[in-house]
Design a protein around this ligand. Structure first.
Ligand code: SF4
Ligand code: SF4
Length: 188
C-alpha cells in the first residue's frame, strides 16, 4: 500500500478571487448538458463541460485545475452559441487555462504541455507539422520517459508514410490571427 501523503494545494487570494468571478458568471447554469452535447472535443475530456461548470459553482478549485478539460478546449464557440442561458463558456474555458498556467502548481501546469506545443507549432508553421510538434511536446513536458511512450506510434506512422519533413510553405501565415486573439484575450 502506498503511504505517500499528497499535500493539499492552498490557492492564493488572487486565485480565489478569479474563481469567485467565474462562479458568479456561471451561477445561472441549469445543468441542461447542451454544452457537453455540442462540444466536439468532449469525448477526450476527463470532466465534461457541464460537470466543469458544476465544479465551478461548488468552488472545487483543486479538482478544476487538475482537470485536463480546458486544455482540450479548442475555442470553437459551439457551447457558447448553443447555451440556452447565454453564458460565456468559451471565455470561461480560456480563463481557466490562464489561471492554471499563471497560478497553478507545476503538476497542474504540466497538463498544458501538449496544448502549448500544438499552438506554438500551428502559429509557427501555419498548420500542424507533426515531426516538429512531438519534439516540442517532449521538451515542454520535461518527462524523459514520454518519448518512449510514443515510440510505437511513431514507428507505425513512419511505416505508413505519415511522417513528413517540416515544410515552410505556410510558415507565419497565422501569426496575425494569433496576435489578434492574444489582444482580445487581454481585453476580456
Ligand atoms: S448549456 Fe449552458 S445552461 Fe446548459 S449545462 Fe451548459 S452552461 Fe449550463
Ligand atoms: S469552445 Fe471549447 S468547450 Fe466549448 S464546445 Fe468548443 S471545444 Fe467544447
Amino acid at each position: 500500500m502506498n503511504q505517500t501523503q499528497t499535500k493539499p494545494w492552498s490557492p492564493d487570494p488572487v486565485t480565489r478571487e478569479i474563481l469567485e468571478e467565474l462562479r458568479s458568471e456561471l451561477g445561472a447554469c441549469m445543468q441542461c448538458g447542451t454544452c457537453t452535447a455540442s462540444c466536439p472535443n468532449g469525448f477526450a475530456m476527463d470532466v465534461t463541460p457541464r460537470q466543469m461548470w458544476r465544479m465551478v459553482q461548488f468552488g472545487m478549485l483543486d479538482q478544476i485545475l487538475e482537470s485536463k478539460t480546458f486544455w482540450m478546449c479548442s475555442s470553437c464557440y459551439m457551447c457558447t452559441l448553443r447555451c440556452p442561458r447565454g453564458l460565456k463558456l468559451t471565455r470561461a474555458m480560456g480563463a481557466l487555462k490562464r489561471l492554471a498556467r499563471a497560478r497553478g502548481t507545476w503538476k497542474i501546469r504540466k497538463n498544458s504541455a501538449f496544448y502549448d506545443a500544438f499552438m506554438d507549432n500551428v502559429e509557427k508553421y501555419g498548420r500542424v507539422q507533426e515531426t516538429s510538434l512531438m519534439p516540442g511536446y517532449f521538451l515542454k513536458s520535461r518527462d524523459p520517459l514520454l518519448p518512449l511512450h510514443y515510440l510505437p506510434l511513431g514507428v507505425r506512422m513512419m511505416k505508413a508514410g505519415k511522417l513528413h519533413v517540416p515544410s515552410s510553405a505556410q510558415k507565419g501565415r497565422l501569426k496575425k490571427l494569433f496576435a489578434k486573439v492574444r489582444e482580445m484575450e487581454e481585453e476580456s
